[in-house]
Ligand binder design. Structure first.
Ligand SMILES: C[S@@+](CC[C@H](N)C(=O)[O-])C[C@H]1O[C@@H](n2cnc3c(N)ncnc32)[C@H](O)[C@@H]1O
Length: 224
């Protein structure tokens, strides 16, 4: 995916960490040599059956785990954070995964180019909570992004969300109630305290949430 797209969609400003630590030699090599071969091509992706998207994969442990468990499914992930991208590349290299593509960057830049009904499932695990009221507009979950997620999912496609932050949980639930009322999605798990989906493993961010005493909630929405 090329630079021109980022320029074209410069209206989205990305907040948050981009890089926290220097990469080691192996990570530098993977960034230079493996990443260009695994960059997402929308035309190739459109030929796959029911690919799965993870938005903001962090250090990539969940995406790598799913790809390893389901070799017949194709996975794609977006993440702007350099250390996270390098970490996922290490998982891909160590496990010799052949069914993942990834892109370093803000997924929203690419939404306009993604065809309708592309994905069978989309994961959004622990989006940045932006707890201050004046930053709520930075939150990933917004009416507009939910409309895009709906457009990108195949019929009966599933949107999975996890969040550990109480005011973001309330925000998510208010948005879900609005989309349920609009009959675009069905909220298929009302017991939000259990990760009610197969293949769940704790992400690094979730481990931190438990250590710090926060209680995650998990949301499963099925496209109507
Ligand atoms: C709180 S972290 C959670 C990471 C991971 N999902 C986990 O559970 O460990 C949120 C991640 O979303 C990424 N992110 C934020 N906005 C994004 C966007 N617009 N597109 C792609 N990734 C994004 C951030 O860089 C960050 O790594």
């Amino acid at each position: 995916m090329g630079e021109k797209h980022a320029v074209k969609n410069a209206a989205f400003r990305l907040y948050g960490r981009q890089k926290t630590r220097a990469l080691n030699d192996r990570q530098c090599e993977l960034m230079e040599q493996l990443l260009p071969n695994l960059d997402i091509s929308l035309s190739d992706l459109s030929k796959k059956t029911g690919p799965v998207l993870e938005i903001g994969f962090g250090f990539g442990e969940h995406l790598a785990h799913m790809a390893e468990k389901n070799p017949g499914t194709f996975y794609v992930g977006f993440e702007p954070f350099t250390n996270g991208v390098a970490s996922l590349l290490q998982h891909i290299d160590d496990k010799e995964l052949r069914n993942i593509n990834l892109h370093q960057g803000d997924v929203r830049h690419f939404f306009p180019e993604m065809p309708d009904q592309l994905f069978s499932a989309i994961y959004l695990l622990y989006p940045d909570p932006w707890p201050k009221k004046r930053h709520f507009k930075r939150r990933f979950i917004q009416k507009e992004t939910l409309a895009t997620i709906h457009r990108l999912l195949a019929p009966k496609g599933i949107f999975y969300i996890a969040s550990d932050h109480d005011t973001y949980q309330t925000w998510i639930e208010e948005h879900i109630e609005a989309i349920e009322a609009a009959k675009t999605f069905e909220w298929t798990n009302k017991t939000t305290k259990d990760a009610a989906w197969d293949g769940w493993i704790r992400t690094r961010y979730e481990e931190k949430a438990f250590r710090e005493g926060r209680t995650p909630r998990y949301y499963v929405l099925t496209k109507k």
